[in-house]
Design a protein around this ligand. Sequence first.
Ligand code: TYM
Length: 329
Amino acid sequence: MDTVVSGIRSTGTLHLGNYFGAIKNFLKMQTENNCYFFIADYHALTTHPKPEDLHGNIKQVLAEYLACGIDPEIATVFIQSDVPEVSELYLLLNMNAYVGELERTASFKEKIRKQPDNINAGLLTYPVLMAADIIIHKANKVPVGKDQEQHLEMTRRFARRFNMIYDVNYFPEPDAYNFGKQLVKIPGLDGTGKMGKSEGNGVFLADTPQEIRKKVMRAVTDTGPAAQGQEPSEPVKNLFTIMNVVSDPDTVKFFTEKHASCEIRYGDMKKQLAEDIIRVTDPIRSKINDILSDNRYLSRVVSTGAEKARASASKTIREVREIIGYRSF
Ligand code: TYM
């Protein structure tokens, strides 16, 4: 049995990238493993959300995750800031994390570009907090998308370094996990880059069928293949990547062949793609509002989750303090 930890920042609503990059794998794992799923609401502070928005954002993401099928009766579902032990481990791990390696992290460099007016220390140490989230439960598998690969590599490094410094074999080195061979990167509909929350290129799980059709029909393509067998351009490849995860293999084959023989009509492909996305998201969307309106249920989920997560986290902290050399008087 594996111990699995998965998390999501409480910023914005969930999109197809979150679903196919992380959630779907977590769903497959939750029944047979020791699974922890949490809302990273400390990580969300790196972008300075307004106090009046913070709670609503957490609640929305929690409801959406539950609507996807995460079962709080089986998995431990909790809010990061309800488990203060994680901040203690974060502090302790920070002592062994070097500024140079943190500055070289791709996500930090990207943030410098994206929010030059707010390059805070929380952004720099983001991977340390993420490592604390994972190793505090001594997880060995972490279902994440491709964009988190480097953070997982750093998590392994921090775990290994702790073990080396204190000459123990305490923390396991967790792996980023996907059921397929590769970690997934779901592209956006704008022709470049990955699907993101704030990029304006995403299909959200809460989008209505009309919104999904509109977004997909507007997705960037090209003027069509000029010669038989020509490689699809980047934006068209992106549509095929999304089709690969939502449509059945015959549909993908059909449009791939149409592209290869220069007979493809992108309008037809997009219509099909939109319907296949709707088939995946519709059952989720219909549950989101019901869950959101049931505050007693949500409150029960997070308090039970916090209790279970704290039991596991406090055991780790007790042992880590012992290893580091703290003693009671
Ligand atoms: P976040 O909130 O950016 O994304 C949550 C999960 O969704 C995946 N994801 C994608 N996968 C494929 N294609 C995409 N376009 C795409 N966009 C997002 C992410 O890889 C991630 O798995 N740092 C994490 C939150 C976190 C965490 C953790 C995750 C904090 N602590 C501990 C796992 C374990 C993050 O930014 O997620």
